[in-house]
Write a protein that binds this ligand. Structure first.
Ligand code: GDP
Ligand code: MG
Length: 366
């Protein structure tokens, strides 16, 4: 069953409107990624928060009206609610209410591929659910009912907090082990003269499509956020230098990712922190593309990858005029001090040039 979702954006100051709208747009993409159909969007400006429901009752009445009107069966709200607020709001408006964090968790859960990323998702979920355990028994027993209720470990959670804590400790051990295995693989790669490059960039910038374009796997990226969770890898080979570079795809970065999620996804980012160079992909058509670029840099700095040699890729040039491409390339080079390669991952434009640049860069750091 496809769930019909009403999206609710909450604006705290009139000046913050543009940001809230941007964020709501991202929420709409996330919601589609989770498999919902968006039936309407509501934007509310809230000056005073109602502690029990977050929103004032009058606004909840409006929302209830929209839900009935559009036949929605789910409300997704673009803020993080307390467990009690979530429950109260849901009771008041008559449909499930899920917040941004739960939506992201749900997407992570449905997209986790490797054992390690599954553990990471479960860990994040357990940490999220732990403070909510009291009084959500009904939600937990409805396994697989829809968005916000999917994911690993839910039936196990029906027991009690102690069991959850034990499970958390167990998963942490497993993750440590997986990390060690990954380090071993890495040192063996080094011994065999392999270099590594990690694709980074804001979500939907075209990393996965670029990985396929570079490595010739010929499959289009999906127009869905987070389609990559478990790290995917493929390699390119240069017959002149006899060098092989393994390129890894990573999970997209997104705004407002709760810090506790950041922590449990560190293992995914570890691949990035350990790679020889970075390939930072930018979609110049995204709203506030430069701001997003900077947000990604901030995350890179926080995982200790801020000083790495970086190739900046200006992607999707098939959608830009050549004058615009030249302008953006120059601007980005001024801002970053790195070389910027304009490409189209879709048409394959300049992919050869990018490959050359990658081989050059990895040769120079050795
Ligand atoms: P990721 O989230 O960074 O991995 O992004 P994806 O590779 O999944 O791409 C997101 C969307 O952008 C998909 O719909 C792609 O088809 C599209 N896309 C990627 N590269 C290009 C490009 O060079 N040109 C155009 N027009 N679309 C692209
Ligand atoms: Mg991807």
């Amino acid at each position: 069953m496809v769930q019909k979702a009403v999206l609710i954006g909450v604006n705290k100051t009139p000046e913050g409107r543009e940001k809230t709208v941007d964020s709501l747009e991202e929420l709409a993409l996330l919601s589609e990624t989770a498999g919902a159909t968006n039936v309407s969007m509501i934007l509310k400006t809230v000056k005073k928060i109602n502690p029990a429901y977050y929103l004032p009752k009058g606004m909840l009445e409006d929302i209830k009206g929209s839900i009935l009107n559009d036949g929605a069966d789910l409300a997704i709200i673009d803020i993080n609610l307390s467990p009690a607020q979530e429950r109260n709001m849901s009771e008041y408006i008559g449909v499930d209410v899920i917040d941004r964090t739960r939506l992201i968790l749900d997407i992570f859960a449905t997209h986790a591929r490797t054992a390690e990323s599954k553990y990471q998702v479960e860990l994040a979920m357990l940490n999220y659910i732990l403070p909510r355990l009291k009084g959500i028994g009904t939600m937990l027993s409805r396994t697989g009912a829809g968005i916000g209720t999917r994911g690993p470990g839910e039936t196990k959670l029906e027991t009690d907090r102690r069991k959850v804590r034990q499970r958390i400790a167990y998963i942490k051990d497993k993750l440590k082990l997986a990390e060690r295995t990954r380090m071993l693989h890495r040192s063996s790669r080094k011994k065999h003269g392999l270099s590594t490059a990690a694709l980074v960039g804001y979500t939907n910038s075209g990393k996965t499509t670029l990985l396929y374009a570079l490595t010739g796997k010929g499959e289009d990226g999906e127009n869905k956020l987070f389609a990559t969770l478990g790290t995917k890898m493929a390699s390119i080979y240069d017959k002149f230098s006899k060098r092989k570079v393994i390129i890894s795809d990573t999970v997209g970065f997104i705004r407002n990712l709760p810090p506790f999620l950041m922590e449990s996804f560190k293992a995914t980012l570890e691949e990035t922190a350990n790679s020889d160079i970075l390939i930072h992909v930018i979609d110049p058509l995204q709203k506030s593309a430069l701001q997003k670029f900077e947000e990604v840099i901030k995350i890179l700095v926080s995982i200790g990858a801020g000083e790495k040699k970086t190739v900046v890729v200006l992607n999707k040039i098939d959608l830009l005029t050549s004058v615009r491409v030249r302008f953006l390339k120059t601007k980005l080079e001024w801002l970053t001090g790195d070389d910027v390669i304009p490409v189209s991952a879709k048409t394959g434009d300049n992919i050869g040039m990018l490959k050359e640049k990658i081989f050059n860069d990895v040769l120079n750091i050795k």
